[in-house]
Design a protein around this ligand. Structure first.
Ligand code: GLU
Length: 544
């Protein structure tokens, strides 16, 4: 068989050679040990939260080693493609502060980074494979393929185009010519020499050395429209873009034996691989894959809810590296990017996704931020997701920052919010638009005692008092009205009093904040100002 003639017959328009591409996309000139990694999403309209894992690993490994992290869009499956999805991917990752050194937005010397623009490159490599007898055209119709599949099902064997089921592997030139002239659609298949009875050993940097079954299927490398399959594009692109480490989901692990064959058939050096386990969630005691419909499965969920990018990245890092939390304890204020990320500390098995844990992590992260930082991030979020609150926050930035300063700074900052969408609920009462008495007084108290306590407080309240003087006055109000000024003493003799100083504080708190729980009441009153504080106290006692 004259494979060269077959290649010319199939690809008359491909005149460049693979040598040409090898020369325009040369080995990268990077320092020893520099890693080249990529994020290679398909624009299918859904950015999975789980994609943050390979992305963060790829970004960290490249940046820590002085390498390159690039973005390649894998848009060869036009059936699954969704309009605008590419921009979604970019926006989502931008929110999380993930930047790319090269790719569809940044450009770069290995462009184009969009697979749909690389058709000619794939065809050049496919032509070479055909010319070397490593690939061939297949004219099987969908019906014929279905027939093969049905036979294989009946015979209870592995489905696929291989062994005795193959029809087109050795068509002669004249037959091919004839079919081409008739315009019969065809694909290009890899001529596989593997045998599924063989096992191969492979070392994945996360999973360790694993044993896999050799591939024996003549997979399609070019579809009938001339576009490549994922597998073929993976080999060609990661070779030509000089990727050193392929970091991807473990769903690709079963295809690895085929990828090894492709790299070898194409004469490419294999990159290193890291297959990241799927993110799981607990349902009862069972572990389930975090699927599209689950809460928190989509990255956009975190943006909408208003998770700070830092919180989500911090959480992902706790799952990615087992020593991260120790590092964080030792370096509470250090930038996340200073953490020495290590492949060795990655677990080969899947992480458990846990929104509760994420919220804990987030509360810690937000508690370390300054009021100014919280204000800036909160307003960016609110502008898009709660415009009314945004307007209110923008009305008096200094007031808003004073509110957000309460409980911030110091050794044990208040860990109040995990997401920006919760903030209104916590601090809304500072604004009359949102202020409402939502909680009721707990316990059995006489209305006139409540009023007397509030009156007592109003008589002596002075916003110039420091916190000690302020509280001493509340104690005095308690005492004057038959409430025990010390909670401890009250517990020793509960029947001797109408209540205790804590109860008096509760009356004041509900009157001023509308709630049983609020940030430090002294500071609340300071920020609210004497006039508004008094107004609320009067209004409360008058309406009780
Ligand atoms: N386009 C593939 C996907 O979205 C990329 C896999 C890879 O990183 O190689 O699953």
């Amino acid at each position: 068989m004259d494979y060269k003639a077959l290649a010319e017959l199939l690809f008359p328009d491909i005149i460049k050679t693979t040598d040409y591409y090898e020369s325009i996309y040369p080995e990268r000139n990077l320092p020893e040990g520099a890693k080249v990694t990529r994020f290679a999403p398909s624009p299918t309209g859904f950015v999975h939260f789980g994609s943050l894992f390979p992305v963060l690993v790829g970004e960290r490994l490249a940046r820590q080693s002085g390498g390159v992290f690039y973005l390649r869009i894998e848009d060869t499956d036009s059936k699954r493609e969704v309009k605008g999805a590419e921009q979604d991917i970019i926006n989502c990752y931008k929110y999380f502060g993930i930047t790319f050194d090269e790719g569809i937005t940044a450009g770069g010397a290995y462009a184009p980074y969009r697979q749909s623009e690389r058709k000619e490159i794939y065809q050049t490599y496919a032509k070479k494979m055909v010319a070397e007898g490593k690939a061939y055209p297949c004219f099987c119709t969908p019906e014929e393929l279905e027939e093969i599949r049905a036979r294989q099902e009946a015979e209870k064997v592995t489905p696929g185009y291989y062994g005795k089921y193959v029809k087109c592997r050795d068509l002669d030139l004249d037959t091919v010519k004839d079919k081409l002239e008739k315009g019969i659609p065809y694909t290009i298949r890899y001529r596989c020499t593997g045998n599924a009875n063989n096992k191969i050993k492979f070392t994945d940097l996360i999973k360790g050395t694993i044993e896999l079954t050799e591939n024996e299927i003549d997979h399609i490398i070019l579809k009938s429209d001339g576009t490549p399959t994922y597998h073929f594009a993976h080999a060609v692109d990661d070779h030509l873009m000089r990727t050193t480490h392929v970091i991807r989901g473990e769903e690709w692990l079963p295809s690895l034996p085929y990828h090894i064959q492709l790299f070898s058939a194409l004469g490419f050096k294999m990159p290193k691989y890291m297959h990241i386990a799927q993110l799981m969630r607990l349902e009862g005691n069972a572990k389930k894959k975090l699927s599209k419909r689950d809460k928190g499965a989509s990255l956009s969920y975190y943006i909408q809810e208003g998770y700070a990018a830092e919180s989500v990245l911090e959480y992902v890092m706790t799952l990615l590296n087992s020593n991260f939390e120790d590092w964080r304890r030792a370096n509470p204020n250090e930038d996340l990017n200073k953490f020495p990320f290590s492949i060795k500390k990655m677990s080969p098995s899947g992480s458990l996704f846990d929104l509760v844990k994420l919220n804990d992590v987030s509360k810690n992260v937000v508690s370390r931020m300054s009021a100014e930082e919280v204000y800036n991030k909160l307003t960016v979020w609110a502008e898009k997701h709660d415009p009314e609150f945004y307007t209110i926050l923008m009305r008096d930035p200094e007031y808003a920052k004073a509110i957000l300063s309460i409980g911030r700074g110091g050794k044990n900052p208040r860990k109040d919010f995990a997401v920006w969408s919760e903030v209104k609920n916590y601090i809304g009462f500072f604004y009359n638009e949102y202020f409402k008495i939502t909680d009721s007084i707990q316990g059995d108290f006489d209305k006139k005692d409540i009023i007397a306590c509030i009156d007592g407080f109003l008589e002596t309240y002075d916003s110039n008092d420091d916190q000690t003087a302020w509280f001493d006055k509340i104690r005095k109000v308690a005492e004057d009205n038959g409430f025990c000024p010390s909670v401890k003493d009250y517990k020793d003799n509960p029947t001797g009093y109408k209540g205790h100083v804590g109860d008096v504080s509760m009356f004041l708190r509900i009157a001023v904040t509308g709630k049983l729980n609020s940030p430090d009441l002294y500071q609340v009153m300071q920020v609210l100002g004497a006039e508004e504080t008094k107004r609320r106290l009067f209004s409360f006692k008058n309406n009780i």
